[in-house]
Ligand binder design. Structure first.
Ligand code: NAD
Length: 393
């Protein structure tokens, strides 16, 4: 009998699970359905470019219908409301209930506001193409307001969090705002772009020399870094810092961290601090018919004490392992263990600058080569999913 495979989430983990499973399973063997809250597969590692205005939405939001939605992979645009792993059911916001033989949970993560007063109500985030468009429109509107009123809060942008998301975003602003200001007749020197980081250093996953390179390059281009100081409160027009300083700003963007998806943490799957615990084959430790990909899962290296970080490259690779293991669940055989390959970490600092380390020997890159390498890794991803798509049909 045809098995029902349900995939929750159309991000890296979900799409790669679907495409890889379809590579091994015919339509007669499995009916595969992706449920996603947007009609697009979003390249979230490039959202900072959409927010900054250097690319348009088409580059980061690929229609799922075109990518996987043929007669062989169904796409349902809806939001998951509840997962009932003991009943093998998923309930959607629309009220539709899906039954499954095998489930993939790949819903990503949520913004963590750490309970900081006023932050959630008064800040924007960068988790989707819609968020990026909102940031872009908001910044333009504040600049127009600044031109009218001269209110400094309209010319001040605060990015909270100096992780990769925050740093790549200020890099885009540093690149694009001079041009936008010129077009509006505003002096770019009037604009202040803050990146506030609570930890002792921004992007601590990089060697010191590359962090210094990033700070120097972005400072020269108009970014002010406040490191070792936490945001403690936000209002519509102010950001309070732990050192007592208050910044007047009408544009607050929060990139201070992520946490497990609330549905995943509370649905009855075995979990650890809101993320599903999984076996080496990426099955839930409590429900072997449920696979978990990307930020929803907490995955430890064999014998390791620290889990892998929640990155796009791991979500993608988890999706591929899960896709193959789904075929084993349906047809029999031996499942693959998840053995990630780390190709490195790259951060763009605008269009023509970047830092990173790549390959098994962690070769360090900076400047244009790093920025081009980041671009190449994006192209590699796009051609990979399109190649899998071609293989599947
Ligand atoms: P993150 O958790 O990596 O960084 C958040 C930063 O915010 C931390 O440095 C933290 O110290 C800081 N912070 C927390 N509370 C704060 C406060 N009160 N005030 C000021 N700063 C505060 O989050 P992220 O940057 O969104 O990244 C999430 C994941 O996505 C990471 O695993 C990252 O590697 C990945 N990512 C990768 C890329 C890339 O590969 N280029 C790009 C974006 C994100």
């Amino acid at each position: 009998m045809t098995k029902q495979i349900l995939i929750l989430g159309g991000g890296y983990g979900g799409v790669l699970s679907a495409l890889t499973a379809r590579k091994y399973l015919s339509a007669a063997e499995a009916n595969i359905t992706i449920i996603n809250r947007y009609p697009t597969h979003q390249i979230i590692t490039e959202l900072h470019r959409l927010a900054g205005g250097t690319i348009d939405e088409k580059a980061v939001a690929l229609p799922l219908g075109k990518l996987v939605g043929s007669k062989d992979v169904n796409v349902v645009v809806d939001t998951v409301k509840e997962i009932k792993p003991d009943d093998k059911q998923v309930v959607l916001e629309s009220g539709t209930v899906y039954k499954y033989d095998a489930l993939v949970v790949a819903l990503g993560s949520e913004t963590n506001y750490f309970g900081i007063p006023g932050l959630e109500e008064n800040s924007m985030v960068l988790k989707s193409a819609a968020d990026a468009n909102k940031i872009r429109a908001h910044v333009e509107a504040r600049l127009d307001a600044y031109k009218q009123s001269g209110n400094k809060a309209d010319a001040t942008i605060v990015v909270g969090g100096g992780g990769l998301t925050g740093v790549e975003l200020v890099g885009e602003f540093a690149d694009k705002l001079p041009e936008i200001c010129r077009a509006k007749g505003i002096d770019f020197n009037d604009i202040t772009i803050y990146c506030v980081e609570a930890g002792p250093s921004i992007i601590p996953m990089f060697p010191k020399v590359l962090i210094e390179r990033a700070v120097e390059s972005l400072t020269k281009r108009g970014v002010t870094f406040l490191q070792g100081v936490a945001i403690t409160e936000a209002t519509k027009n102010t950001v309070s810092l732990k050192n007592g300083q208050t910044i007047e700003s009408n544009t607050i963007i929060w990139t201070g961290g992520v946490k497990g998806h609330p549905i995943v943490g509370s649905c009855g799957l075995a979990e650890d601090r809101g993320r599903s615990t999984v076996t080496p084959t990426l099955q839930s430790t409590s429900h072997p018919d449920v696979f978990v990909a990307g930020d929803c899962a907490v995955v430890f290296p064999e014998g390791g004490e620290r889990p892998y970080p929640p990155t796009a490259q791991l979500a993608w690779q988890m999706g591929e392992t899960i896709g193959y293991n789904l075929s084993v669940l349906v047809k029999g055989g031996v499942m693959d263990k998840f053995t990630p390959v780390f190709s490195g970490t790259l951060a763009s600092l605008g269009r023509k600058d970047g830092i990173g380390f790549i390959g098994g020997n962690n070769i360090e890159l900076k400047g244009l080569p790093a920025s081009l390498m980041k671009e190449a890794s994006n192209i590699r991803y796009l051609s990979h999913i399109q190649g899998l798509f071609a293989l599947a049909y």
